[in-house]
Design a protein around this ligand. Structure first.
Ligand SMILES: *Cc1c(COP(=O)(O)O)cnc(C)c1O
Length: 373
């Protein structure tokens, strides 16, 4: 992997110094955006090429040179490529799909706050990401400059949180909040920390994966001043866990940031048991606790990625058998009314004296409650 990334840099950016390559600003400035530059780097199918040139895309296309190199370095590079390059299939709208599948707008009391559960809120701080995922659940606003989130709107969100003492957990998300400058993130966090009832702050981000250069020593030093800080890491495939990513995650873990993963289950990308076991083991080694495996939301154009709930349940059963308990995420489906955690049924039958249960290895065992009856 390391050599392939090196080779990619030599081939497409021969004049660029390592210092520039390792700078997150350089990476953002040199993202692959235009059809012709995408064509030079990626092996595109006819339907991908036509989608790239279409005006129908709801999300922009943008891929950091680093992440492009990771895609090239994976054995089946088309797998990861599919998640960031549009395809004509993206323009198909199925009857069960929606532009806002979680009806977040209905739960938004002020712009960019989603308050669906009493004690926690989602706070959308930017519409931008470093790299756009084609299955994005928030594609109604993400990457859309007309949706530009302003500092005045941050203030409105912060005031809302201040006025609602029941909010104990703020999920700073977007877009990707790590896209913002150090100063802006510091501004938001320090205001949130001044609110007495806010206990934990979570950052929801994919940037440690698509732009690990963003995790600088200075930024991590700043972050740790706002503890307890949690980070929810969007990660989908074991090939994403490169040396660069390992170093960045180690910095965050060393600074005491508690990290959990969020993986979207994607058909043909990561819906194989071996791929998920490999991913979860790699995450555990990076001190990231697998937190959620999400059923892909039925956002418009997501048909090519969606799996059935049964696929998720079968995979979770496999993970239970083959991983440390710490490595098994919750399987989550997010219908409009709110998240539901699904588990394969472990109660087979029940009688007066107890239960017939199925354990993690699939064996039936009897659990007695006769003395409690
Ligand atoms: C997912 C989500 C949360 C966080 O849920 P947890 O189960 O605490 O991780 C909070 N608010 C909204 C609107 C969400 O969609």
């Amino acid at each position: 992997m390391k050599e392939t990334i090196e080779r990619f840099k030599k081939q497409y950016f021969p004049e660029v110094s390592n210092q520039d390559w390792n700078s997150w600003h350089w990476q953002l400035k040199n993202r692959f955006v235009q059809p012709n530059s995408l064509k030079k780097v990626f092996n595109l199918s006819a339907t991908e090429w036509s989608a790239i040139n279409s005006t129908q895309c709801r999300l922009p296309i943008s891929i950091t040179p680093y992440y492009a190199a990771v895609i090239q370095a994976t054995q089946e590079s088309r797998i990861l490529q599919k998640t960031v390059i549009p395809d004509e299939e993206e323009f198909v709208r199925m009857p069960d799909e929606s532009i806002d599948p979680l009806i977040e707008k209905e739960y938004s009391p002020v712009p960019n706050i989603v308050h669906r559960y009493p004690n926690r809120v989602l706070f959308l701080t930017t519409q931008n990401c470093a790299v756009y995922c084609r299955y994005c659940t928030r594609s109604r606003m993400v990457g859309d400059d007309e949706y530009h989130i302003t500092p005045e709107q941050w203030q409105e969100g912060i005031n809302y949180i201040k006025n609602h003492t029941e909010i104990h957990d703020v999920i700073v998300s977007g877009g990707d909040p790590l896209y913002l400058t150090d100063g802006k993130i510091e501004g938001i966090l320090s205001q949130l920390r001044q609110i007495k009832h806010v206990q934990i702050i979570r950052l929801g981000t994919k940037i440690p994966i698509t732009l690990p250069q963003r995790i600088t020593d200075e930024w991590v030093e700043m972050l740790r001043r706002f503890h307890p800080v949690y980070l929810s890491l969007h990660v989908i495939h074991p090939s994403e866990i490169t040396e660069e990513v390992k170093i960045s995650l180690a910095k965050l873990a060393d600074a005491g940031i508690v990290m959990g993963s969020q993986t979207v289950l994607l058909r043909g990308i990561n819906d194989q048991p071996e791929i998920l076991v490999d991913l979860m083991e790699k995450l555990l080694c990076c001190r990231v606790r697998p937190y959620a495996l999400f059923i892909c939301d039925p956002v418009v154009g997501s048909l090519r990625f969606r799996t059935t709930l049964q696929t998720g349940l079968t995979l979770i059963e496999h993970l239970r058998k083959n991983l440390s308990g710490y490595g098994v995420p919750q399987l989550i489906v997010d219908p409009p009314g709110g998240k539901v955690a699904l588990s394969p049924s472990s109660i087979i039958s029940r009688n007066k004296g107890g239960y017939v249960l199925k354990n993690g290895c699939g064996e039936e065992i009897y659990y007695s409650e006769s003395s409690l009856a």
